[in-house]
Structure formats: structure tokens, C-alpha cells
Design a binder for this molecule. Structure first.
Ligand SMILES: Nc1ncnc2c1ncn2[C@@H]1O[C@H](COP(=O)(O)OP(=O)(O)OP(=O)(O)O)[C@@H](O)[C@H]1O
Ligand SMILES: [Mg+2]
Length: 241
């Protein structure tokens, strides 16, 4: 299959403005089916904005978004029905609701009750920590557990593309390792493509197939995971080189 046919989402010359400020400036990026792509870069580079633009949470002011072969004008409901899911930065769970109720919310768009039940059971069996706590209010879970729950909730619709913003934020190193192992597991099992925004370079590189580094709304580096090296990272993150 050619590269083009395998592409699930593609951004061409994308621009996003916040009022007069151009924060994404002519971005070209693609994620193939089943691929894990890491999106890295300094604070304020525009990483979260890219995920929001794909999911239709911020308006695009130039360029285009393509889902498989079709040009789309992203809106959250429409992107959900195409198979994209957005898991925002910062353990976004409903604290007063139990683990199970949080998962139910992820499956709101599912009409069939039996199917919803089955999916909750599937996700709970994928993440033992959720199984033990299925009746526990989410606010009583640890940070890592809440992050897993946020990802689990995103999986309720069996997405083809998971847009994950900083899943490691605020987590201890050991937990980060577990969360990333589970992201990889989801990718292996369901061929879910992942566009992963991540500060923790080592974690991102441990599971990514390809990497983009963003700087001031533009691609500063793009390549296979194994092509990236310390001098490149130093130049981009520290301005050395
Ligand atoms: N709602 C908004 N209104 C105005 N400016 C915004 C808004 N959201 C983000 N920005 C600005 O857009 C730029 C990109 O922000 P974005 O959140 O995409 O960066 P980021 O790469 O995700 O950063 P971080 O690593 O800190 O999460 C920043 O300069 C930010 O200040
Ligand atoms: Mg961000």
C-alpha cells in the first residue's frame, strides 16, 4: 500500500490563529493507520492546539484536514463518529462519578445498551486497576489511575485515532512507564493509531514509530523514531547546536 493510502489523518499547510496571533503556521503532518506518532516541542509550541484543531475544538484559519481520502471540516461530533477521540491534558475525569459511570459517559454515543456493557467489561479487563475500583468515585483514584481512566473512557467508542495530550503529566516515573506500556498495548491489540503529545521525551520515544518536533507552530524536525538523536533534541529544545 502506498504511504498516501495508509494515511488516517493528514494536515496540509494548516494554520490556526488565536485572535491575531498565528500559533500554527503552515503545518504538514500525517498519522498512518495503526501508527503511534509523537508530537513534541517546547511549551507554547502549539502541540495542544494541533490536537484541538484535529478534533474541531479550535477553528482552522488556513490549510486543510483530511480523514483518509476525504477533506473534512472538523467538528467534535463528526470526528467522533469518524473514529477519533480526544483525551485532553490533565486527567480529565468526572471526580464525583464512579469508574464505571465515567466509562459509561465515554460510550454515550452507543445506542445499544448490551454493547455498552460489553465494552465497559472489555476496558475494565484491559486495565486491572479499573477493575478493582469500578465502584469507586474517580476523585479517590491516584493521578495515574485517573489518567488510565481518562484513556479508558476514550476507548469506549473503539477509536481508530486516539489524540492524547500529555498523559504523563504529574505522574511518578514508575506509573509513567505503566501508562505508556498500556498505550502501546492498546495500539497493538486494536491497531488504534495514536497522536501523542508528550514532554517526557524518553517515554514518547519508547513507543512512537515517528516523531514530529514543533517549534513556534512549525515542524522543526520530522523523522522515524530511531533517526532522532541528542544533537537534534538539544538544538530544538535548548537552542544549542
Ligand atoms: N485559548 C487561547 N487563546 C489565546 N491564545 C492561546 C489559547 N490557547 C493557547 N494559546 C497560545 O497558543 C500558543 C500555543 O499553545 P498550545 O497550548 O497549543 O501550546 P503547547 O505546545 O501545547 O504548550 P504546552 O507544552 O505548554 O502545553 C501559546 O502561545 C499559547 O499561549
Ligand atoms: Mg499543551
Amino acid at each position: 500500500m502506498s504511504k498516501r493510502n495508509r494515511s488516517l489523518i493528514q494536515l496540509r499547510d494548516l494554520c490556526v490563529d488565536y485572535k491575531k496571533l498565528r500559533v500554527i503556521d503552515g503545518l504538514d503532518l500525517y498519522v498512518n493507520r495503526g501508527e503511534i506518532v509523537a508530537l513534541m516541542g517546547p511549551n507554547g509550541a502549539g502541540k495542544s492546539t494541533v490536537l484541538k484543531a484535529i478534533f474541531g475544538l479550535v477553528p482552522v484559519s488556513g490549510g486543510s484536514v483530511h480523514w483518509q481520502k476525504n477533506r473534512v471540516r472538523p467538528r467534535p461530533d463528526e470526528m467522533l463518529s469518524r473514529g477519533a477521540v480526544y483525551v485532553p491534558q490533565g486527567k480529565a475525569v468526572f471526580g464525583g462519578l464512579t469508574v464505571e459511570e465515567n466509562l459509561e459517559i465515554g460510550g454515550l454515543s452507543l445506542k445499544n445498551k448490551q454493547e455498552k456493557k460489553q465494552r465497559i467489561a472489555d476496558i475494565i479487563s484491559l486495565f486491572p486497576i479499573l477493575k478493582e475500583n469500578r465502584k469507586t468515585p474517580a476523585r479517590r483514584l491516584s493521578g495515574g489511575e485517573q489518567q488510565i481512566l481518562a484513556i479508558g473512557r476514550g476507548l469506549m467508542t473503539r477509536p481508530r485515532l486516539l489524540l492524547l495530550d500529555e498523559p504523563s503529566i504529574g505522574l511518578a516515573p514508575k506509573i509513567i512507564k505503566e501508562v505508556f506500556a498500556q498505550i502501546k498495548e492498546i495500539n497493538n491489540r486494536f491497531a488504534t493509531a495514536v497522536l501523542l503529545v508528550e514532554h517526557n521525551i524518553r517515554s514518547a520515544m519508547s513507543i512512537a514509530d515517528r516523531v514530529y518536533i514543533l517549534k513556534q507552530g512549525q515542524v522543526a524536525y520530522e523523522g522515524k523514531n530511531n533517526q532522532i538523536n541528542n544533537p537534534i533534541l538539544k538544538e530544538i529544545f535548548l537552542g544549542e547546536g
